[in-house]
Design a protein around this ligand. Structure first.
Ligand code: TYD
Ligand code: MG
Length: 454
């Protein structure tokens, strides 16, 4: 009897090796290498042959029609914005997020709009058709042109696609789909990768737009970490925290648009509702006359969004200071606290501090530095920051204020939401046309900021 050929692969990153190792050389994870029989070439072929992989000749650039990139609107402006102005026909979009964040809900809601002008097939490997119907009823989705298919076998899904010829295919979730011709277990990296490849061929070969839902593993990356990101056209991350109804959709990769756009939604009892005015939503419920809170304006793509940065400074109990940060880069927060101590003259070294950005927003722009400095100083001195004041500026290690880009746009947003004062870096704000009703406090270093406010 012929010996079955086996290969070893890493369950974390999918890297294949000819022999077993304790540590994966590709991703460095320990104890993740497992053995499986090598997939036979002829079997592998049977899947890809569904997706029309007939040989096509290379074409000169001039002969490729520009209309190849046809976009359509999903009916949700926030999703369209993140996709770069609508979904591209024949593209594969991966929507990732933690369990229960609302991925299935978002997909079902866009189906309602899409099936008005396109044939949509919704494949679920997680829920039965009855469950999906119940959810659709609850969300008030009629879905006349929508077909549901509760299936996990890739072959059956591809057969259904061949029969039904949908324009849009939704697969929820990629981790539940498996290829019976492959010997690895459902949900393993090799399976997820193979199934995504087959769906990609379907998208490119047949011009079907495919939305694929993917779960996030405990490290916060899409299961099958980096392998999927290379294959697909767009990677969207759906984030938010469980205690908050706001959900933020962020593009991590987009072959058809910018990646720094965000879409904001709110989860309610009728599903996800778009939040076209995130600044207003993120600032709602802001405490008045309370120390340790300061508003700043960050750019999310081309859109300015106001964010409330909070800080709590308390004396350390046992000599060991505790610091933590939620929504703000931890190392940057610690660095800014050190700058505040050395250049601002506030003794924070024997204090604990906690930093939080309200609304589940993640702020990673240096323009938010000044607001954190102000919030920390305000909490340390127990003195509130004026309610109608915002602070924008990057802080350097010598405590100096650095200019930020798009200051004009940020100030318009600050003024639009009713703020009357704004701390800005003196450099780069001289020739700016200031919106009516907003007065600028121009400063050159953090000492001036503390002297002006606290
Ligand atoms: P779901 O879309 O199933 O999450 P995922 O597919 O990302 O795992 O969303 C489930 C959560 O959303 C669940 O905790 C309940 C909540 N939810 C609402 O609050 N309102 C609704 O109308 C729906 C459909 C779900
Ligand atoms: Mg789901």
């Amino acid at each position: 009897m012929a010996k079955t050929k086996t290969v070893f692969y890493c369950t974390e990153c999918g890297n294949e090796t000819p022999k077993w190792q304790g540590r994966c050389q590709a991703c460095g994870a320990w104890n993740t290498i497992v053995e499986r029989p090598a997939a036979q070439e002829s079997r592998k072929k049977s899947v890809s042959s569904y997706a029309g992989t007939a040989f096509r000749r290379p074409r000169p650039l001039a002969e490729v029609e520009a209309a190849d990139e046809l976009r359509f609107h999903t009916g949700m402006a926030e999703l369209d914005r993140v996709l770069g102005g609508g979904a591209v026909k024949g593209s594969l979009v991966l929507v990732g997020g933690a369990p229960g964040i609302g991925k299935s809900t978002l997909m079902l809601q866009i189906c309602d709009n899409l099936c008005q002008f396109a044939k949509v097939l919704y494949v679920s490997g997680e829920e039965s058709e009855r469950q999906i119907k119940l959810r659709a009823q609850r969300l008030g989705i009629a879905g006349s042109g929508l077909s549901l298919y509760s299936e996990t076998s890739l072959e059956d899904i591809l057969t259904a696609v061949e029969e039904q010829k949908p324009d849009i295919l939704i697969v929820d979730s990629i981790q539940t789909i498996y290829n019976t011709a492959s010997t690895s277990s459902p949900g393993s990296v090799a399976q997820v990768k193979e199934c995504t490849m087959a769906l990609m061929q379907l998208a490119k070969g047949e011009g079907i737009t495919v939305f694929v839902v993917g779960h996030i593993n405990k490290e916060g990356s899409l299961a099958g970490p980096k392998v999927l990101e290379h294959i697909v056209d767009c990677v969207l991350h759906f984030e938010g925290d469980e205690h908050n109804s706001y959900r933020i959709l962020r593009a991590e990769k987009n072959r058809f648009g910018a990646t720094n756009e965000i879409g904001v939604f709110e989860m309610g009892d009728k599903g996800l509702v778009e939040v076209p005015n995130p600044s207003e939503a993120l600032l709602s419920g802001r405490p008045k006359d309370t120390p340790g809170s300061c508003v700043t304006c960050v750019m999310e793509g081309v859109r300015p969004v106001l964010a409330e940065i909070q800080a709590l400074v308390t004396p350390s109990a046992y000599g060991n200071s505790r610091r933590s940060s939620n929504g703000f880069d931890y190392n940057r927060a610690v660095m800014l606290a050190a700058v505040l101590e050395k250049r601002g003259g506030l003794t924070l070294s024997n204090c604990d501090f906690y930093v939080n950005v309200i609304g589940g927003l993640t702020v990673n722009e240096p323009a938010a530095d000044l607001s954190l400095i102000v919030a920390l100083a305000s909490s340390f001195r127990d003195k509130p920051v004026p309610y109608d004041l915002a602070a924008i500026g990057e802080v350097g290690l010598t405590g100096e204020l650095r200019a930020v880009h798009a200051l004009g746009q940020r100030l318009s947003e600050v003024q639009r939401l009713g703020f009357t004062k704004c701390l800005v870096p003196a450099r780069g704000s001289g020739k700016l046309s200031v919106p009516d009703g907003l007065s600028l406090i121009r400063i050159t270093n953090i000492r001036e900021a503390i002297a002006a406010l606290i």
